[in-house]
Design a protein around this ligand. Structure first.
Ligand SMILES: [Ca+2]
Length: 189
């Protein structure tokens, strides 16, 4: 049977007549024989039958870290400073944040996202743990800008490019302390 040819009186193109629930902007309607489906637009993935904005963050820390979107944890890395870990971020968070821990020697946090975010001096970092530090409502205007150690390349103090992370991302840490544990955040809205 040739696809798209009307073969009986019950054939309805829900997309053409607008009787579908596909949300404009996040999805398009795709007509199928006897039904239709919503196909997610670029930058959106199907989550619980709804196309939601999704992007991916690939980060690394010398030595270990946890990533948050708003104040929700998205997971921990594997403590291997040579290897990045990719986190899935669903929705439009107002802030992404990282708690990073160093186990001695060099220290830094490096990352980039599929929607163009990079670690660099636009992040705020501190070695002080403030209550609610990773909340989107937390006021970080008095936090210092991140200290940077160079871009993701063999010319960095790590002498290698970390796979999966953009070359223009910069290794960052808190300006107010070496080593230890630091809290870094980037406001998105
Ligand atoms: Ca270290």
């Amino acid at each position: 049977m040739q696809q798209g040819v009307q073969t009986d009186a019950t054939y309805i193109d829900e997309c053409a007549i607008g009787s579908h629930g596909c949300v404009t902007g996040s999805s398009i309607c795709v007509n199928t024989i006897g039904s239709f489906k919503c196909s997610c637009n670029f930058g959106y993935d199907l989550v619980s039958e709804t196309c939601l904005p999704v992007f991916y963050a690939t980060f690394n820390c010398d030595n270990a870290m946890e990533l948050f979107a708003d104040d929700t944890s998205l997971g921990n890395d594997n403590s291997n400073w040579r290897a990045s870990f990719t986190y899935t971020i669903i929705g439009n968070p107002r802030v992404i944040s990282v708690v990073g821990a160093d186990f001695g020697g060099g220290f830094g946090i490096l990352g980039s996202t599929t929607n163009g975010l990079l670690t660099n001096e636009s992040w705020k970092c501190t070695g002080v743990l403030y209550p609610g530090w990773n909340s989107p409502d937390f006021d970080d205007q008095n936090w210092p800008s991140a200290r940077v150690f160079g871009v993701n390349s063999a010319d960095s103090p790590w002498r290698m490019m970390i796979s999966g992370i953009e070359a223009t991302a910069k290794w960052i840490w808190a300006a107010d302390q070496d080593n230890g544990v630091v809290y870094c955040r980037l406001n998105l809205q």
